[in-house]
Design a protein around this ligand. Structure first.
Ligand code: ADP
Length: 257
């Protein structure tokens, strides 16, 4: 009888504690969701005034044509640059908040990534040329993969943008595609400034920038790699980083087949 009472007691205790922990978790999850929803809504709402401000500045530039003083011209151009920076940040925040909530669903399809990747890299030729950076691709003839092409484009854009941004003039950036049947990979390698070992685990954190001052000058907010990581996770992929300060960095995104 004693052992039966003991067993019943244990079962009741387990049930009670699990129901209590459930009750305790719901408000936390709800609060987190509400917070993410707030962030998503706020960033969404901020986009409109920003684009209105940008258009207004275009109008000022147009209306004043030749009469605009060099000083005012500079002020307008600085303001447009800041608005552009803010818009990118807001867009990134919106994207992160949406993927936290899970409402931003990925549209997975099966497609040949080779022509797409070639096009994505081509989009950076102008920026690379401006810095005299040699931008090369090493791609197989064809590679059929499963994923969301728009989001993969975004991921490649983030990695390429960084590779060019953090590579001094005259450097090299290579984009490769490894069609390994067990695990295909997108590889972005640069001969840039590199990342110290201590910073490597942190660069995927939101708002983390290695050299705050320099990154700010480059117009960055430290959100790019956090988004790249989210996109990789949604594809069950992982981002592997190899880097040496002064020599360069290699980001490989490894996708399971
Ligand atoms: P940011 O918008 O600042 O570039 P990211 O999240 O994309 O934000 O990157 C975070 C930080 O990681 C950057 O500020 C930079 O210090 C470092 N980083 C990213 N990519 C590279 C790279 N290819 N070479 C050197 N440093 C890099």
């Amino acid at each position: 009888v004693f052992s039966v009472i003991l067993i019943v007691f244990i079962i009741v205790a387990i049930k009670l504690s699990s129901s209590m922990s459930k009750k305790a978790m719901i408000p936390i999850q709800q609060t987190f969701r509400q917070q993410q929803q707030f962030l998503a809504d706020a960033s969404h709402e901020l986009r409109t005034p920003l684009s209105i401000m940008n258009t207004s500045l275009d109008v000022i530039e147009l209306e004043n044509g030749e009469t605009i003083t060099p000083y005012s011209k500079e002020v307008v151009s600085d303001m447009k640059e800041e608005i552009g920076r803010m818009s990118r940040m807001v867009q990134h925040l919106l994207l992160l908040a949406r993927s936290d909530i899970g409402s931003d669903e990925f549209e997975m399809s099966t497609f040949d990534i080779v022509p797409k990747l070639r096009g994505w890299v081509q989009a950076f030729e102008g920026v690379a040329q401006k810095k005299a950076i040699t931008l090369r691709t090493m791609l197989p003839k064809t590679l059929t993969v499963k994923g969301d092409p728009e989001r993969l484009k975004q991921l490649v854009y983030i990695l390429l943008d960084n590779a060019i941004k953090y590579t001094p003039e005259g450097g090299k950036v290579d984009v490769g595609l490894d069609p390994n049947p067990r695990q295909w990979r997108i590889i972005v390698r640069d001969s840039g400034i590199g990342i110290a070992e201590a910073d490597q685990p942190r660069i995927f954190d939101r708002f983390y920038r290695v050299e705050k001052h320099r990154s700010r000058e480059e117009g960055s907010a430290g959100l790019g790699l956090a988004i790249a990581k989210q996109i990789a996770i949604a594809h069950r992929a992982s981002v592997v980083l190899e880097s040496e300060p002064g020599k360069g960095s290699t980001f490989s995104v490894e996708f399971p087949v």
